[in-house]
Design a protein around this ligand. Sequence first.
Ligand SMILES: Cc1cc2nc3c(=O)[nH]c(=O)nc-3n(C[C@H](O)[C@H](O)[C@H](O)COP(=O)(O)OP(=O)(O)OC[C@H]3O[C@@H](n4cnc5c(N)ncnc54)[C@H](O)[C@@H]3O)c2cc1C
Length: 681
Amino acid sequence: MEIPPIEDRLHLECEVLVVGGGTAGTMAAITAAEQGARVLLLEKAHVRHSGALAMGMDGVNNAVIPGKATPEDYVAEITRANDGVVNQKTIYQTATRGHAMVRRLERYGVKFEKDEHGEYAVRRVHRSGSYVLPMPEGKDVKKVLYRVLRQRHIREKVRIENRVMPVRVLTSGGRAVGVAGFDTRSGRFVTVSAGAVILATGACGRLGLPASGYLYGTYENPANAGDGYAMAYHAGAELSGIECFQINPLIKDYNGPACAYVANPFGGYQVNNRGERFVDSDYWSGQMMAEVSAEIASARGPIYLKLSHLPGETVTAIENILHTTERPTRGTFHAGRGHDYRTHDVEMHVSEIGLCGGHSASGVWVDEHGATTVPGLYAAGDLACVPHNYMIGAFVFGDLAGAHAAAHHRAGGPLPQEQIDAAHELVYRPLRHPDGPPQQQVEYKLRRFVNDYVAPPKTGAKLEIALESFERMREEIASMGARTPHELMRCVEVDFIRDCAEMAARASLTRTESRWGLYHERADQPERDDEGWLFHLNLRRRGDGAMEFVKRPVEPYLVPVEEFAPVAAEPVTLGAAVATAVRRPAGERVAHAAVGRSPRILELNRLAEEQPSVDDLAPYLADPDPKVRRAAIATLTETVPEGTGPALVAALADPHGTVRRAAATGLVELVEVLPATPELG
Ligand SMILES: Cc1cc2nc3c(=O)[nH]c(=O)nc-3n(C[C@H](O)[C@H](O)[C@H](O)COP(=O)(O)OP(=O)(O)OC[C@H]3O[C@@H](n4cnc5c(N)ncnc54)[C@H](O)[C@@H]3O)c2cc1C
């Protein structure tokens, strides 16, 4: 492809812009629309099946259900799990609004486990209180949300642009006024003027390299490359707790969670090679991760998830969740190794490092409405620093940010040309040297440095080498080559990963103590130092490009927690490191290269945006290619036009098994939605 001139760009306008259509982003868009705002939702993939919920969810990790737990218990529990460094006001929002959110999701059609009295059947995993609420049909969450987004009253307010990826938030007079990005399919440059911008782009999942060796075989959804962290940083927003990494227990060589939250409530537990239980801290915290990691490294390693002692029907129940909802390939993986939970304990490991507010505390600094330190800019979900917020917290903060943005958006005037030019350069520079180093190679190198020098146990000396390496890699990243819009997306993601790696290393170097178990284990500073460091460590980009650190006091607790006594103090600005400017090689234009695609399925995807009728879909349902017929069934199931039931029943007679299976799955999924007709019996 050729570099598109800036003047040929697609320009869009809205009152509230949501970037990222995952858990937090879809909820933000729905709420902002319900509050009357004109919303634009941009998603680099496709809202129907993007983000951490794409393959579904096993359960709510942290629902505070009245009668089963109190908000105060929950706030105290999360404060302890985070060694006292929390803004309790934000956690309190999740604690007090989670129940209403569960009920709202239930109204939308999401199913939660109930006991024989019709009460939510929460289970205990945390040290105190029961917060885990299984979702027996969790695989349908994203589909349910998408259907809500496509309901007429929401559709009229929310414009969705799939495959559009913002790369920079544009600011004017210190306020967020829009974004610049590009279409990852056509390559077209895109700018947006917005009255408020909500970033909901998920975790930074591609920071470390997984033990499996697969570049994208990460614990997190690999499309979440840290885009929002980098965008918030370049817009001048503060980020917090970046040194508090995300590290999770997972199945060795398979990027699925080890599922303390799924298997443990059924009676599963972790053992070492002697069959002994070893985790003191059952709660999924940095402390637990330190115990797991130490056990693996000891003479008692490796470690296993033990399920072989459970009755057959319990194992089947676990398999029905683990092998269908989150990772349907999981059963195949175990079968490939000849392993069965009934006869084999499953080897576990720890994941690569990442940044994630939702699982640890590393994120964009937000207040209790999801507002960042840049006026008009919000952050919600895994991207935001609301510790251990998980899925229900992402929904709650999506809702809060959507409501606040809808009430406070403000027209921002003309977009800043200089920032648009810089974003254009950032996106399209790989086209100038298409034979430059390929993205996978550069990304591998960058993330290997992360594993070698940033992953815990950390030391000052290793972190210094990391910083040198990341500085050196700026040039190599700027010289990467690409030929297609998809490759451009991957290249700019590497730029985001580099930004996140630098933030992770600098923040880890600045906090001169150990805290949060393995998440910030400094081998050269092994003690926790509450006097010096019971503080938030925030970072931000100064006008001159330097990364500056601010030590912010922990605000007085709403719920006192005996072990911690934050001290009232003024924020203190610490030193700053000046970043070296990127040298961009000048170059000439390159010849146009076609992008491979399947035209019938792309046509269908476009049609799906327009609420097609069964007649519109009929040619695709009768297409000679079974893949197109299957995609047409998926579109029918997702958009549910009048006549869906009979069309799905007709597809049960399709000559191709995968099409028949898609039709049967669609009918099961829609059993409570479809009107009774003679065909449905
Ligand atoms: C493997 C796994 C298992 C989990 N299990 C549970 C569980 O059982 N229970 C629980 O409560 N929580 C669980 N969680 C946590 C929960 O899923 C997340 O906290 C929550 O879904 C995060 O929502 P989000 O909106 O921040 O991110 P996501 O839902 O991942 O959405 C981010 C979206 O942003 C898009 N995006 C990224 N960059 C850009 C860009 N530049 N432009 C446009 N779009 C972009 C992505 O494509 C994606 O759609 C799990 C998470 C993982 C990874």
